[in-house]
Each structure stands twice: as C-alpha cells, then as structure tokens.
Design a protein around this ligand. Sequence first.
Ligand code: SAM
Length: 272
Amino acid sequence: MAYEWNAEEYCETSGQQKAWGRELLGKLHLKGDERVLDIGCGDGTLTSETAALVPDGFVVGIDSSSEMIRLARESYPPGEGQNVSWEVKDAGALDYEEEFDVVFSNAVFHWVKEHQPVLDGIALALKPGGRALLQMGGKGNAAGVSDSLLAVLTDPDWSKFYGDFSFPYRFHGPDEYRIMIERAGLMCRRAELIRKDMVQEGREGFAAWIRTTWQPFTERIPEELRERFIFEITDRYIDGHPADPRGRVHAEMVRLEVEAGKMTGPPKPLNR
Ligand SMILES: C[S@@+](CC[C@H](N)C(=O)[O-])C[C@H]1O[C@@H](n2cnc3c(N)ncnc32)[C@H](O)[C@@H]1O
C-alpha cells in the first residue's frame, strides 16, 4: 500500500531524518566516481548532497511517491551537466542489472512490507564488488510513540476508523535481516541496532512529526477530525514523556543499520 506524502511538509520537518542520513552518508567514504542508487530518496535533499560527493559519478534517486519525486525534480532539475536523475519506482520493483557501485537508503525500508524482493533487487542492481548501506527503523523503534497511538485508539471515537487495521511498519532485527541479505546472494558485513534520540521542538514540533510521518495512522481519520486526533496522541505521549527543560520532546528510536557487499566472482562452492 502506498501512503500519501506531503512532500513540502516533509522537507520542512525532516531535519532529524536528514541529520541521521548525513551521518550515514559519511560512512560510505565515496571516492567521487561511483554510480549510486538512493532508494526512497524522498524530497531529494540527501540524494543531491550525494551527487555533490561523486562529481565524476552519477546518482539515481527513486521513490514510490510521485509527490516526493515531483519536489525532488523541481528542486534539483536533471539535465546537462547534472549528475542526478529521478524516477517514481517502488523499492520492490527494482529492474537494474549490475548498474550501481553503491546502493544507499535512509529511513525507508520500515515502510516496506516484504523486504526479500527489495534485497533481491539490490543484489541484481549492484555491480560485482558493489556495496549497500541501509538504515531503517529496527526492532523496538519508537515504542513509546506506538504505545501512545495504540492507547488513543482504544477510544471508540477513534477505534471505529480502524476496523481492518494492521501495524503498518516492519521493524526487523539484525538476525532475521542477515538471513534475508544472504538469501539475496549478498555478503552481510554488518547488521546492528543503533539507539537514537529523536528530538522535536515542543508540542507543535512533535505534532508536525506525527502529521507528516505517521500517516498510515492519521489518514484513516476524516480530515475534519484529524488535528484533534494528532494532538490527542501528542498529549498522551508528552504526559508519559515530559519535555526537557528547553521544551524539547524526545522519542527513543532504534535504527537497524546494514552493510552488505556483492562478491566479485561467482559464489564459492560449499565444502562438503
Ligand atoms: C522518511 S522518508 C525518507 C526520505 C529520505 N530518504 C530522507 O532520508 O530524507 C521515507 C520515504 O520512503 C519512501 N518509500 C516508502 N515506501 C517505499 C517503497 N516501497 N519504495 C520506494 N520508496 C518508498 C516514501 O515515499 C518516502 O519518500
């Protein structure tokens, strides 16, 4: 299921996701001539920063949201002299064959229900010797926020909109991920959970985060009731997790970070 994204609003309120993405990008140690695929590129900010790091290479940003790709294209138009291009494409429908040295993805894969087809597509998209660096919500991510949401949903005023609802995110752990990476034919070099402190500027900042990135929950609520719903979740969360002395609201996040590589030759036969 594809969720609606408000690309402009995401662009304005995603400082934290971008900061973590920049940290992740730094771990790639790009030489400058690589071809990079950015899966779930969103508004394109990090993708264009990646393009600046590979002046002799090229970056392709893909995203399943046409709204996100529209904004990326408007903000960073492809064309002569540009080393970035944009495409609306689902992570589960990658159709590249040995085209990329690096696959990068930040804050995307927990939105994807079936990870195996995505990893299979990455394995095919990478050149031999290529590598992937992926960070996504992992096991235990945003547990306090999910608890507040689920508590608010016990109110019949809201639960009536959630008849056939199932938890939309996939928060995997390292062990299950390692198996999927290897099943795709890649070598898993690292898979680990990393704790992060998500900081929002007060009640309004927290509500903006719920509004823009928890839309699988909020979009079920009729528009005229949605703001009330968002602030009920926000207030319930802040009741249990009061703001710090500077008025900032914190949420404990858990990211799954994965590094994988594609072998340069055919896989070695198993010793029997
Ligand atoms: C939180 S944003 C992250 C955007 C960007 N990577 C960043 O760090 O700012 C998540 C993005 O994943 C995209 N996305 C979600 N599911 C996807 C899928 N199955 N295939 C491709 N993109 C997807 C969304 O459209 C959205 O742009």
